[in-house]
Design a protein. Structure first.
Length: 437
């Protein structure tokens, strides 16, 4: 089913057609078997329709549940739409310029659903209990919940194997994700700010391995570790906040470490033209980042690629060292509370993380060199956008203050994080506008 039809059960607020004002709709147009999602802002007064479609001006009419409108792009090209509206759903056809020949026309079917308006002035806390999970980051999966900027969500994740807090398998292994959550008002070109208000252990064990990822092995180490990669269960002492290998003997008999719960997976849906992305992979929109700074109290910034952002989360870890060197961290389920905010019309080139003491950018690439370059470019962009530095000034700050950490070695991509202490920037006044060199 498409989002337009599955989401109808979520839309509890239905406004009469003759009272429409500044409504937001999400349109899904079928472009030769590929769905393209757009945001329609529509205001109806006395049967006349005005608004925008992805920023392009719209004009038309509405009468007897029949909607017609024309959208005009920046080049003056017109696209014509005819649809029927039934409560919070719309379906119809469009006549648009051909994608290869602007002098020709092409007809495409589309559906749409109406985004519920905020019913209360203050931010809300939503309690969401998942009933199914996703093994891809996809724009085509129906949202599980519509939230607004400033709202919080309380939910719980499975571990990477699909096991819940009771030890019951609920989903296929491979980092199954909760979501997506649709954030009203989010559009491509915006950034979603996700603050992890609370990450709590909800069971007494985690699973890991005793091996090493291939990227760490010399030829000799590879020969010596052929028998490794066996499962290791860890006991989680939730009262003391400690973890220890269960049943350990020998040198690790009394070994224990403090837990630091984190989310391995946090992502937005990929943009148009991308297929659904495996929950084991990463990209500019986040993904299976396995970055151990994605912890309680920190804020993660991800660039919006689709209307509504479509936020996914999962892959809870009780603890992970830099790089997730054993292939699995201490994999467990978590109780999660997060808050979302929207940064309008400001896009970032790579995921960002902000802690009370540091700013961090995450580079993800096919090699450590690629990841290092991307992380560096992201930090340069942050210093120039938010602190008003020139490129020369930003390079000087990097030269005396940047720290590089290996974020992820266990996936198909390598992750490298660039970090700068906020104390180093205390005498630089932040600015909302990027500096000009």
């Amino acid at each position: 089913m498409t989002i337009a039809w599955k989401l109808s059960s979520l839309l509890l607020l239905v406004t009469p057609l003759d009272a429409l004002a500044a409504e937001q709709w999400i349109m899904a147009t079928d472009l030769w078997g590929n769905r393209s999602y757009q945001t329609l802002q529509m205001e109806v007064r006395d049967g006349r329709v005005q608004g925008t479609l992805d920023g392009d001006p719209v004009a038309g009419s509405l009468a007897d549940h029949r909607l017609t409108f024309t959208a005009t792009d920046s080049e003056g090209q017109e696209s014509h739409y005819t649809a029927r509206i039934d409560d919070a759903r719309m379906h119809g056809d469009s006549d648009q310029p051909d994608t290869n020949d602007r002098t020709a026309r092409a007809s495409h079917a589309f559906t749409a659903w109406r985004v519920p308006q905020r019913t209360q002035a203050t931010p809300q806390r939503h309690v969401f209990t998942p009933t199914d999970y996703s093994n891809t980051f996809s724009a085509d999966r129906a949202p599980v919940l519509v939230i607004h900027p400033g709202d919080s969500v309380q939910t719980r994740t499975l571990d990477s194997g699909g096991v819940d807090e009771h030890g019951v398998t609920r989903a296929l292994f491979g980092n199954p994700q909760v979501g997506p959550f649709f954030v009203a008002g989010a559009e491509p070109g915006d950034t979603l700010a996700i603050t992890l208000t609370s990450l709590k252990l909800n069971r007494d064990h985690a699973d890991s391995l005793d091996g090493l990822v291939g990227r760490l092995k010399t030829a000799r180490v590879a020969a010596e570790t052929t028998a490794l990669g066996k499962p290791v269960r860890w006991h989680l002492d939730r009262v003391r906040g400690m973890a220890r290998p269960q049943g350990a003997t020998g040198a690790l008999k009394d070994f224990e470490v403090p837990v630091k719960p984190m989310l391995g997976g946090l992502a937005l849906a990929p943009g148009f033209g991308y297929p659904p992305i495996s929950t084991g992979d990463t990209d500019v929109f986040g993904g299976n980042m396995d970055f151990n700074a994605v912890v309680e109290g920190n804020t993660v910034y991800l660039p919006v690629q689709q209307p509504g952002a479509l936020l996914y989360l999962g892959d809870g870890h009780a603890l992970q060292g830099d790089g997730e060197t054993t292939q699995w961290a201490l994999e467990t389920s978590l109780d999660v509370v997060l808050q979302v905010q929207l940064v309008k019309q400001q896009a970032f080139a790579t995921p960002r993380v902000e802690s009370p003491t540091q700013i961090m950018t995450l580079g993800q690439g096919g090699s450590s060199d690629d990841a290092l370059r991307i992380a560096t470019a992201g930090m340069l962009q942050w210093l120039r956008q938010s602190y008003g530095l020139t490129l020369s000034e930003a390079a000087q700050v990097l030269g005396v203050g940047v720290q590089y950490h290996v974020a992820n070695l266990a996936g198909r991509s390598v992750g490298v994080a660039a970090k700068i202490d906020k104390a180093l920037l205390r005498n630089i006044t932040p600015t909302a506008a990027p500096a000009k060199d």
